[in-house]
Design a protein around this ligand. Structure first.
Ligand code: FES
Length: 307
């Protein structure tokens, strides 16, 4: 982890704070790729992934934008309430789960709400590289367009398309009414309904890359049971819940933080059954004996955890 200090905080729109972070020791930050995120130890101790939304070529500072989620577990609220200019915190090195691939002759960026963050970093990169791209920016209303002034500077003239859900100029994005040009690659980040609509509309037409920090339970997920070898308990896991949630529901408290398979807090040893690893952290060797139970599941009817 890297010790950083908050150099500036802005409030571009209601409910969103943008933080400019620099290393405490004044050294350059590791070079980030467009689309990268960092894991942030929030002031309440929960680790949360946030996409970098500034210019990825800069190493003096990095920027994240945080939407305050009233119903969340407190990470975003702590970021809003406790992080003022001068406050220190720790972040990971940049991590790449949403890479801008080379080879496409045209790039389409499709953003929904605060999901625009990694795509704004990509827009910085594409504008600098003078690579042709367009940007579809979907939001609830004009007041929610966090990055509009920046995108108006970065996106080529006539290639920034704003789609609003409510208001006088409401016009929702309809991906099937706007097919991608030949040779295009699409990058989409936002609500799962938007990403699914884009995937369906552009299937067979061009590659569609998406990113979500919410744990995805696969459509064909099955219920199974977890046997706890040491405490000799058996816990049923429903098709639409994680092992971690099932354990907590049964009164078994296990450490948790990100709940997205990236921080490793819920690392748990297993000793039977057939785990289905769905994290982005463990090595093949580690997976032989451990699993991240906030996202990983089981292919067999029973999974045995060594706890
Ligand atoms: S809680 Fe972070 S990996 Fe499971």
């Amino acid at each position: 982890m890297i010790d950083v200090v908050v150099q500036a905080v802005t409030r571009p729109v209601a409910g969103v704070r943008r933080f400019v972070l620099a290393r405490v020791d004044g050294q350059p930050l590791p070079l980030a790729a467009p689309g990268d995120h960092v894991d942030v130890e929030t002031p309440c101790g929960i680790v949360r992934p946030y996409s970098l939304c500034g210019d990825p070529a800069r190493q003096d500072v990095c920027e994240i934008a945080v939407l305050r989620e009233a119903q969340g577990r407190g990470g975003s609220r702590a970021m809003h309430d406790a992080l003022a200019k001068g406050r220190r915190l720790r972040i990971s090195e940049p991590r790449s789960l949403f890479l801008l691939h080379s080879g496409a002759s045209f790039i389409r960026l499709i953003a929904g709400g605060i999901g625009a963050t990694p795509l704004v970093a990509m827009a910085h990169h594409l504008a600098r590289a003078k690579q042709p791209f367009d940007f579809h920016y979907c939001a609830r209303d004009r007041e929610s367009l966090v990055f509009l002034p920046e995108l108006e500077r970065l996106v080529p003239r006539g290639a920034l398309h704003v789609h609003l859900s409510v208001g006088e100029d409401a016009r929702r994005f309809a991906p099937d009414a706007d097919p991608p040009p030949e040779g295009c690659s699409v990058y989409c980040c936002g609500p799962s309904s938007l990403m699914e609509a884009v995937r369906v509309a552009y299937a067979g037409l061009c590659p569609v890359h998406t990113e979500s920090f919410k744990p995805q339970v696969p459509d064909d997920a099955m219920a199974f049971e977890v046997v706890l070898a040491r405490s000799r308990r058996t816990v049923p896991v429903k098709a639409d819940e994680s092992i971690l949630v099932a354990l907590w529901r049964s009164g078994i408290e296990r450490p948790l933080s990100c709940e997205t398979g990236i921080c490793g807090t819920c690392r748990t040893p297993w000793c039977g059954g057939e785990p289905e690893h769905r994290d982005n952290l463990l090595s093949a060797e580690e997976r032989e004996r451990e699993m991240l139970i906030c996202v990983s599941r089981c292919r067999s009817k029973t999974l045995v955890l060594d706890i």
